[in-house]
Design a protein. Structure first.
Length: 342
């Protein structure tokens, strides 16, 4: 019996994975969804997938088993060791973030060769791929383009930048000295996300989490010491807009895409502007500033904002939430409700 085209999602147990599963299942209920994660899926997500596999992206034999069983023509590779943990465990970060991604690209290449169609491969990158040398340069740079200041200062950023290049290689130059053309079997598409703010998940101590941490602490009635200076500015985006951007890019015809890696942004408030909005919503909020110089240095190396004109022109990136609506209509009401309900 002919196998059906299927979707593979790695790292599917997180919020982006949950949203992807829901959208994919609703949009094409006949297309099997396979997930691969060390953690179990939430029950509502597990009910919508063909198979939820517990395992590691470093397990080549496991990936070969998926290759044999399914005809995967779309990969959403979300699995990663995130920024803060990567700084404490750089060798492990390289293994998971780079070797794991290489395994998935090889998997996609084999799938493309097997069923004769390019495999669309989504890879989430980050503003951590940038590295501006000083605050003066950051201020002068303004909105930074994709190919500027690609000198990351963190292991996570270095991993992300290298994997962007790996994806471009598999997509355009794979085994370029072979007698036959081997590239083109992987249709690699990458978004460099800004700081993502969610109403659904509790922040976990990430380098850009000072914004959601401020809201959650105020809603709980707990004091919060912000670890960056009030003038600190980086781009942010509400989580629903991040998920929408994935589908916008993945659904765009390849002929419309001028790049493999795209910046996207939505709003870029300073930490003091975020504090003002939080104090307005929570007048009793206790917010102070205790700068963590090491984390501050990392945030200072990221752009104050990004130039996302390529994404807007090529595939219609157009976030629904600006700063005011993201906080006033999405984040603050939902987080208030979470803590009011206990």
């Amino acid at each position: 019996m002919r196998r059906k085209p299927s979707v593979l999602i790695t790292g599917a147990s997180g919020e982006i994975g949950h949203a992807l599963i829901a959208r994919l299942a609703d949009g094409d209920p006949d297309r099997p969804i396979v997930t691969l994660d060390l953690n179990p899926l939430p029950p509502e997500s597990a009910a919508k997938v063909r198979q939820a596999i517990a395992g590691s992206i470093l397990d080549a034999a496991l990936l070969d088993g998926i290759l044999a069983q399914y005809e995967v023509d779309r990969v959403f590779h979300l699995a990663a060791l995130l920024s803060t943990r990567s700084e404490f465990s750089p060798a492990l970060a390289h293994k998971v973030n780079v070797e794991g991604t290489l395994n998935l690209l090889e998997f996609a290449q084999k799938q493309g060769e097997s069923h004769g169609r390019p495999v669309a491969f989504f890879y989430p990158s980050s503003i951590a791929a940038f590295g501006l040398p000083s605050l003066a340069v950051k201020t002068k740079a303004g909105k930074v383009k994709e190919d500027d200041y690609n000198v990351p200062t963190t292991m996570y950023g270095a991993n992300k930048l290298y994997c962007e290049h790996l994806g471009r290689y598999y997509s355009r130059h794979y085994k370029q000295l072979a007698a036959e053309t081997m590239s083109g079997k992987v249709d690699f598409r990458c978004i460099r996300f800004p700081g993502l703010i969610s109403a659904e998940t509790v922040p976990s101590g990430g380098t850009s989490d000072y914004a959601p941490e401020m809201i959650h602490a105020a809603a709980e009635g707990k004091p919060y010491a912000c670890f960056v200076r009030p003038d600190t500015r980086i781009p942010f985006m509400a989580m629903p807009d991040a998920v929408d951007s994935i589908f916008r890019m993945m659904d765009a015809p390849k002929t419309k895409l001028s790049r493999t890696v795209y910046n996207i942004g939505a709003f870029a408030p300073s930490a003091s502007e975020i504090e003002a909005v939080v104090r307005s919503a929570f007048p009793r909020a206790e917010i102070s500033t205790v700068v963590d110089q090491k984390r501050q240095a990392i945030v200072d190396s990221w752009p104050a904002d990004v130039d996302d004109s390529a994404a807007r022109n090529d595939w219609g990136h157009n976030p629904a939430h600006d700063f005011r609506s993201a906080f006033g209509e999405y984040l603050i009401p939902s987080i208030k409700k979470r803590y009011a309900a206990g």
